[in-house]
Design a protein around this ligand. Sequence first.
Ligand code: FE
Ligand code: CA
Length: 540
Amino acid sequence: MDLMAMSLLERLPQAVRHEGGLSRRLFVAYGAALAALPALAARSSGTADSKISFAADPFQLGVASGDPDAHGVVLWTRLCPKPLEPGYGLTTEGIPVRWEVSETEAMSRIVQRGTTVALPQLGHSVHIEVGGLKPGRPYWYRFQAGGATSPIGRTRTLPDPESLPRELRFAFASCQHYEDGHYTAYERMAQDDPDLVFHLGDYIYEGPAKDNKVRRHTGPAKTRIRTLEDYRGRHALYRSDRHLQEMHRRCPWFVTWDDHEFDNNYAAGISEVSTVNPADFLIQRAAAYQAYYEAMPLRAASMPQGPNLHLYRKASFGRLAEFLVLDTRQYRTDQPNGDNNKPLNAAALDPRNSLLGADQRNWMDRSLIASQAHWNVLAQQVMMGLVAFPGTAKDPEPIYSMDQWPGAAHERMAIARFWADRRIPNPIVLTGDIHSNWVNDLRIDDRKPETPVVATEFVGTSITSGGNGKDNPEATAKLQAMNPCVRFFNRERGYVRCTVTPQSWRSDYVAVEDVSKPGGRTTVRQSFLVESGRPGAQAV
Ligand code: FE
Ligand code: CA
């Protein structure tokens, strides 16, 4: 281990803490030091392998893979012998970890192998960016540390970018509050055996333990999590769930976050609580983002730089589908009208409001124009449909969610206009956040049902958040009477399974009837089809 680098790295977090306020210089230095870690890990030896013995199996958080392209993928693990204990049963030394990739499940045809060091500065997480693989095929991988061997994970490269695959099968999920229920949805998803999973945010929740819940948060007893150690511990708790772990082991994931990975309804550097010191809030954001990076199979391009983490990115499934994975939290402007549900007034329609920020928006527009894909998908967080809810008896004007796209209605309509004007083939939006299922046919302005449909939005419900919900045809009818764009609404728990071919897009809404105990019954509640070249969802 490079001693100079080590001592610098160890001093920096301390220095940031002692600063008490935000020093841009320090953050830049800290970010740069973190960015140097992968190179450090690759050339340092850590403790001699033979001397390592773990208090328990160090692979209790499982293995994962993510962000595949046609020639590579990220392989992930995090050494954690005691997931629920402070210090996780590890010392503060780096630990050498060997990894290997095979063309066979029996690990009998190894195509690549190497050694890295799991560093305490990154929570003993390991991110291996493997390149040089063949497109469109499965691979298997495993890790070894000390005498311990991890489970064998299965991953998959994306098809050749020039090819037109016959079919893509994937699932998308969001909002998995640990205390609200069991991850039966992931147990069922594993049976579907999808090629990919997209997670659209609220992977963890930041609140303290509550009484009388199905399961219990660990961590601070009375306050939201706040420090790097708090966030690491929360991620360890969630990832110790065996169904979640198994789904990560089975196929690569593309993850993006919403608000609860850091703090409820935050907007860039602005807390929903007005008394929070902005400098403290950014330091907290750095902790949350670092723990998120450590917990997820992300590429080095997403290495946190102080309070910043580059998460928006794209994935091409050949010429069949292109996914733009968005980050609608880190760069957004503050929610207009003081957040919550408000009329779609001048403040909501202010063209300066943005959920994407200028850089991400430009990148998205350029990517859509350059795309060769049949289906052009935005994988993102909050609902795009400009959905009106009834106002109050005192003020009957319809109200809209200011935390969702109606809070940046001008930008939202500009995106739909862009799809239409540029004739972007088959735009599809995937959404999480609101713990309910929706299918919305999007127009440039959803308040004008006489105008043409340009895209379809599939909003997936929560895995557990909100606890058991139900199908409510009465509420659906009321919503639909106010909102011609809404084709489906349902409050059950579950996820969405998609089957994509050059001819059609099918979304199956999989519901879990009871998340309060393990093994709840699952069913496909409703399916919708979009035909290529014909905007609008049809119930099937
Ligand atoms: Fe949520
Ligand atoms: Ca959310």
